[in-house]
Design a protein around this ligand. Structure first.
Ligand code: 5RP
Length: 221
C-alpha cells in the first residue's frame, strides 16, 4: 500500500448512495476512482462531475456515471488531491494542470475533501511551484511582469517542449517561490492580474484532508 492509495480508498467512506460527487484529478484521485468504480459495479448509485478530461476518460473506462458541471444544480461532495497542504487546510493545487476546473467544481460543492499522501503536508506553502493559468495571448508579458516581482515564473511545457495547454486551452506559468509568507495577499494579487485566469492557491477551500501513509494508515485533518 502506498500513501496515495491509502488516502484514495479511505475517501469512499465519505460518500453516500445517491450523491452527486465532484471527481478531482491526479494520481491519488486515481485510487479513489478505482474504489468508487468497485462500488458502482456493486450497485452504488451516484453521478460524477469531473475536473479534467483525464478524469472523464478514467470514469468512462470504469463505467462511472458522469454529468457535466452545467447539468447539475449542486455537488454534494468533491474528492480531490492537492500538491501541498498546511495546518490551516490551505493548499496548492494544479500540479496536474486542472486547477481552473478543480476550483470551479470545488466552489459548486457543499463539502470538499482532499486526499494526499504524507509528503504533501507542509509548515508553509510554496516549496511546490505555484501554478498560474494564463491566457495564451500575450502570455510573455504576464511572465515578464511576474519575473519583475521576483516570482520566478516558468512556462510549463509538454513532452513536445511546446507550452502545456490546459483543458480550457490556456497556458500555465509555474511560480518558483520557495515559500509563500502571505498566501492571502498573493492570491489577491494574482486574482487581479489581467490575463491570469486562475491560480493554484486554494485558501479555505477544503473541509477535510485525508492523509495516507506508506504503511496504509490514514490521518484526518
Ligand atoms: C491537479 C491537482 C492534483 O490534485 C494535484 O496535482 C495532486 O496530484 P497527485 O495526487 O497526482 O499528487 O491539483 O491539477
Amino acid at each position: 500500500m502506498n500513501g496515495k492509495r491509502a488516502a484514495g480508498r479511505k475517501a469512499v467512506e465519505e460518500i453516500k448512495d445517491g450523491m452527486t460527487i465532484g471527481l478531482g484529478t491526479g494520481s491519488t484521485v486515481y485510487y479513489f476512482l478505482e474504489a468508487l468504480a468497485e462500488k458502482v459495479a456493486d450497485g452504488f448509485h451516484m453521478t460524477g462531475v469531473a475536473t479534467s478530461q483525464k478524469t472523464i476518460d478514467l470514469a468512462h473506462q470504469w463505467n462511472i456515471p458522469m454529468q457535466p458541471l452545467n447539468a447539475v444544480k449542486t455537488i454534494d461532495i468533491t474528492i480531490d488531491g492537492a500538491d501541498e497542504v498546511d495546518a490551516l487546510l490551505n493548499g496548492i493545487k494544479g500540479g496536474g494542470g486542472a486547477l481552473l476546473y478543480e476550483k470551479l467544481v470545488a466552489k459548486a460543492s457543499k463539502r470538499r475533501v482532499w486526499i494526499v499522501d504524507n509528503s504533501k503536508k507542509v509548515e508553509q506553502l510554496g516549496t511546490f511551484p505555484l501554478p498560474v493559468e494564463v491566457v495564451p495571448f500575450g502570455w510573455k508579458h504576464i511572465e515578464t511582469y511576474l519575473e519583475g516581482k521576483g516570482y520566478q515564473p516558468q512556462v510549463r511545457r509538454g513532452d513536445d517542449n511546446e507550452p502545456y495547454i490546459t483543458d480550457a486551452k490556456h497556458y500555465i506559468l509555474d511560480l518558483h517561490l520557495t515559500s509563500i509568507a502571505d498566501p492571502r495577499a498573493l492570491a489577491d494579487e494574482l486574482d487581479h492580474l489581467t490575463g491570469v485566469v486562475e491560480h493554484g492557491l486554494f485558501l479555505n477551500m477544503t473541509d477535510k484532508v485525508i492523509i495516507g501513509y506508506p504503511d496504509g494508515q490514514t490521518e484526518t485533518l
